[in-house]
Design a protein around this ligand. Sequence first.
Ligand code: DGL
Length: 258
Amino acid sequence: MKDRYIGVFDSGIGGVTVLSEIIKLLPYENYIYYSDSLNNPYGNIDDDKLFEITCNIMDYFVSKNCKAVVIACNTASSKCSFKLREKYKDIIIVCIEPAYKMVHDYAYTNNCLVMATPGTINSEKFKNLYNKYDNGKTTILPCKYLANMIEEDNENLDNYLNEILSPYKNKVSSVVLGCTHYPLIKDKIKNILNNEMFFDGSIGCAKQLKKLLGEKDLINNINKVTKIKFIDSTNSNIKKERFIKYITKLSNGNIDFQ
Ligand code: DGL
């Protein structure tokens, strides 16, 4: 029972920033990471189609008898988590969300910039979060092409970042990274904005997963290492190599890739 898989998915390799935090808290699990490059970016897909896509991934995880699924994508979480939890009642579902509450809790008086996909920003779920924790000093920045440029390692990434972030240089001290791809370019963002701190939802997501597994006595204590099976919906080897490079660097873990 305890050695069943934990499924983790994103529209590509960005969810590696979430999985790396999960591994730090739950190092002896068997993970399947599903990188849905075929449908990247999720931010440009309408809600019904995205629900259908995420259901297909959920069905795959169910067929593998996963004990839990982590939606390591803010866009999919914002748009589909409610309906997915209704449909897949028998499986633990943990969702990332933009860490805007952390601004309220830890940096309320600071100027803040929230970066996320237009899909996340326009979602009902994000609007509710924002209305609840608004500190009155927040700018919301939809970054239409950013997730895809990071995913594709696009050569124009630096130019695009400069274009969208330069107006906020030296004007914000807190930045919410509301897309799981963005922590991968944290240094580039800081170089332009000169901000003091970042917030993202990955640690909260990891803690929540550990708590829910613990409550059901489902934490694996059999493995001696972390086991990860990587799947990309386009079968891309380049994605696999980049994923392995990132997860090894970010998690610092002892990982057996299957
Ligand atoms: N990593 C996804 C997120 O957190 C990227 C969204 C997309 O594919 O547009 O929102």
